[in-house]
Design a protein around this ligand. Sequence first.
Ligand code: ADP
Ligand code: MG
Length: 475
Amino acid sequence: MDSMMDVSEVSSSNALVQEAVDVAPINRVSTHSHLKGLGIDSVTHEPTDTSGGFIGQQSARYAASVVCDLIKEKRFAGKAVLLAGPSGTGKTAVAYAMTLELGNHIPFNSMSASEVYSTEIKRTECLMENFRKSISIQLKERKKVYEGEITMITPVEMETPVHSFGKSISHVNITLKTTKAQKTLKLDASIYDQILKIKASVGDVVYIEANSGNIKRLGRCDLYSGQFDLEAEEYVPLPNGDVLKEKDVVQYVTLHDLDMANAKPQGKSGDMMNLLKQIVKPKATEITDRLREEVDKTVDQYVRDGIAEVIPGVLFIDEAHMLDTECCSFLHRVLESNKCPVVVLATNRGRVKMDNPDDPGFHGLPRDLLDRLIIISTELNTPDEVYNIVKVRAIVEGVQLDESALAEIASISVNSSLRYVLGLITPGQILAEVAGRSTVLGEDIKQASTLFIDYKMCKQKYVTDTAAAAAKTRN
Ligand SMILES: Nc1ncnc2c1ncn2[C@@H]1O[C@H](COP(=O)(O)OP(=O)(O)O)[C@@H](O)[C@H]1O
Ligand SMILES: [Mg+2]
């Protein structure tokens, strides 16, 4: 019974937990929001289908999909992936698409290896934290909820006694509709704050927990699909049955969220504090190995009780060549442990001189770590591929690119990088707006490219300038 209590405490601390899980991944991966997966054809198993938003990189996508199959069959333990290829060839994109292939609600946590040097905490501690951010715990509980599509929200105001000019909300009337019924509820003013926060509006499907009043937006009712094609919008069907029903409410928290909640009990999160009291006594003030062990033990108990499920996510470590010996040996150790996310390393280095003169230093990583890695290489995109990638990106960013703009971008990409030309879309749009146009033309892109230079142009300019200076001295 006690452990049931714990779960409800975690679940009802909705606001605190939801933010961390829902908000962070979206922010981090927004540059890859056009990707829906590796785009593998379900019949041929070949990476020909571009509906996933992925263009080109056939062999990398195929290899990544094979790795995903191995992971799903639990035959990838103790191993990790290394994505090797020049900058802007889609290494992060492949890792992100792999996460999408592995299933819904799989956390994607991306870090750069150089982060371990820039923080005040120990290098391995920084890695550990990121490992725990990459493992999600799914908590399931049956709850009484009101669920339906919002057909009306009316905040009811009252005069504020403390402030003679202001008005405040006394309560909110909200009408929820299902395929079968319709109900109007009177909600406490505090729930109105939540409604504003999650930006729920008429046409959205939500559920409100009957006991706690926590409200969760499930998505936009699919009757509205196609009306606003926002890429981030998720459409859900109009719920069946009664408005008041029993529902398996699912919450996701990462192991790191639990560590944090237990280490720093503060703020209004009273529910989390209760959780803390039950797991670790006396109060800890920082995350220690012992605290993590306690958190793990409690999680394991939830799993045995059938209330929780551990969902390993993907930990993406960019600039892997920056990892030193200590970090590499830490990686070895964690890869062997039972709670380990899928580790995907990435580097744009071919060979790096190592401290150990006998080590050839391929990809800047020590040989024994390389032995564990499945290496997938990404190749430079052709102008045609760049053309198509930019086309997809422009749709997602809501920018209208004319055929001439796309052609200009593809031709510029030959002497620069994909990342550089993707960066020209928005400046191009601004220049078009200045000229009073809503469509971006080739000339806008050309002009944008003269305003900003990229690495290759920098190098070219340096070479020309140095040559000019040398010529001047000679004269
Ligand atoms: N083959 C591709 N298809 C679609 N989008 C791609 C492809 N390659 C790269 N991108 C997009 O281009 C941008 C840069 O790619 P990124 O994955 O960050 O490169 P890298 O990690 O290799 O430096 C991202 O927005 C990414 O989603
Ligand atoms: Mg990257």
